[in-house]
Design a protein around this ligand. Structure first.
Ligand SMILES: [Zn+2]
Ligand SMILES: [Zn+2]
Ligand SMILES: [Zn+2]
Length: 338
C-alpha cells in the first residue's frame, strides 16, 4: 500500500508508492556517448576558460597549462557577480539585492570520458581537498551568507557541459532549503537536547535497513523519506556543522566514499543523471547545531505537476529496496560490462 512518510528534519512529506515499485532495470536508459571536440575543460583549452584559481599539478608546470589533475576557475557565464555590495532587503513587495557572489567550476578529472565513479581513490581525495580549499577561501568574503557546493552530472540533471565537473556558488542570502533544515534541527535540539542528524545516523546504523555503506567516519544511507528513487545521503558520524571544518584525513576518506557511492549508481543505472549537493552550515557563527551532509539525488523520475503543485514527491522505489540494491554493487569495479 502506498504510504506517506514525513522527513524527520523538514517535515516535508513524500509518497512511497510501493505499488509502482521500480527496480534498476525499469530505469534503464541509453548511455549518451560523449564527444570531446572543442571541450573547454580538456587539456590544451585552458585559455578558453577564465584564469584558474586553483590547480593541482603533481609534475609542476605553468598556470593555465595542461598537466593538472584537478582545476578550478570562475564560471564563464556566472549566475552571480563578484563585485558590489549586497545591500539588505527593505520592506515591500519588490525586494531586491545585488546578486553578489562567486561562481566557480571545479573540473575533477582531466579525462573527458571519465566519471567521478571511475577516478582513482587518490584522484577522489584530491577532488575533495580542492573543493574544501575553495570553500575555505570563498568563506573569507564577509558578503557571503551561504556556499553551495554541488555537482550536476548528465544533461537532464542540468549539466551544460558533459566533461565531469563540480560547481561552487556563493550567495549573499540564506537559502530557504538550508533554513528549513536548520529550523528542523533547532526544533529537535530544543525538544530533545540532541542533534537530529546524529540521531538519524545512529538509528540507521542500528536498524541497517537503509544502509548502503558504513565507514569509521561516515554513513551512506537511503533516507527514510526519500524524494527520489535511489536517493542517498552521506552523513558524518561525528557532529560537525560546517563542511569547511573537515580536516585533511576526513576529506580524503570522504573523497573515496563519494567516489564509491557515485560508482554504485553508475553501475546500477548506466551513468544516470544526478545532482549531488553539500548541505552545510553557513560561514557565520551561531549555527553549531547544524550537521553538514551530502545528498545525492539521481534523476531517474520526472518532477511533474503533482510535485510542483504540492511539494510532495512521489517515489516509486522504497529506500529500503534502494539500499539493498545498491549495497550489493561492488563500487571498486571500475570497468564497465559491455
Ligand atoms: Zn573535456
Ligand atoms: Zn549532529
Ligand atoms: Zn540536506
Amino acid at each position: 500500500m502506498p504510504e506517506i512518510r514525513k522527513d524527520p528534519v523538514t517535515g516535508n512529506c513524500v509518497i512511497i508508492a510501493t505499488e509502482r515499485s521500480k527496480r534498476p532495470h525499469d530505469f534503464t536508459r541509453p548511455y549518451e556517448l560523449k564527444r570531446s571536440e572543442n571541450c573547454v575543460f580538456c587539456y590544451g583549452n585552458e585559455d578558453k576558460t577564465p584564469p584558474e584559481v586553483l590547480a593541482w599539478r603533481p609534475q609542476g608546470g605553468e598556470s593555465n597549462s595542461p598537466g593538472w589533475t584537478v582545476r578550478a576557475f570562475p564560471n564563464k557565464f556566472p549566475a552571480v557577480t563578484p563585485d558590489g555590495d549586497p545591500v539588505p532587503f527593505e520592506a515591500g513587495i519588490s525586494q531586491v539585492m545585488a546578486a553578489v557572489g562567486a561562481h566557480e567550476v571545479v573540473v575533477d578529472s582531466p579525462d573527458h570520458f571519465g566519471s567521478l565513479g571511475r577516478v582513482s581513490d587518490e584522484q577522489a581525495e584530491q577532488v575533495l581537498l580542492a573543493l574544501a580549499e575553495r570553500y575555505k577561501t570563498l568563506s573569507q568574503d564577509s558578503r557571503v551568507k551561504y556556499i553551495q557546493v554541488f555537482k550536476n552530472s548528465g544533461a537532464t540533471a542540468g549539466a551544460s557541459l558533459e566533461h565531469t565537473h563540480w560547481q561552487i556558488i556563493t550567495v549573499p542570502v540564506m537559502p530557504a532549503a538550508f533554513l528549513a533544515e536548520f529550523a528542523g534541527a533547532k526544533q529537535h535540539q530544543e525538544l530533545n537536547g540532541t542533534c537530529i542528524y546524529c540521531k538519524i545516523a545512529a538509528d540507521e546504523i542500528a536498524g541497517m535497513e537503509r544502509i548502503v555503506e558504513i565507514t569509521d567516519e561516515f554513513v551512506v544511507c537511503s533516507p527514510y523519506a526519500s524524494r527520489f528513487p535511489f536517493e542517498l545521503w552521506i552523513l558524518p558520524r561525528k557532529h560537525e556543522a560546517d563542511f569547511g571544518c573537515l580536516n585533511k584525513s576526513d576529506l580524503k576518506s570522504l573523497g573515496c566514499l563519494v567516489r564509491r557511492t557515485v560508482r554504485r549508481l553508475e553501475r546500477a543505472f548506466n551513468y544516470p543523471p544526478y545532482n549531488l549537493v553539500v548541505h552545510t552550515g553557513p560561514p557565520e557563527k551561531g549555527f553549531d547545531i547544524f550537521h553538514w551532509h551530502i545528498e545525492i539525488l539521481p534523476r531517474l523520475s520526472i518532477t511533474a505537476g503533482f510535485e510542483w503543485g504540492t511539494g510532495i514527491f512521489i517515489n516509486p522505489t522504497s529506500p529500503e529496496m534502494a539500499a539493498v540494491t545498491l549495497r550489493e554493487i561492488d563500487p571498486d569495479v571500475r570497468q564497465d560490462e559491455s
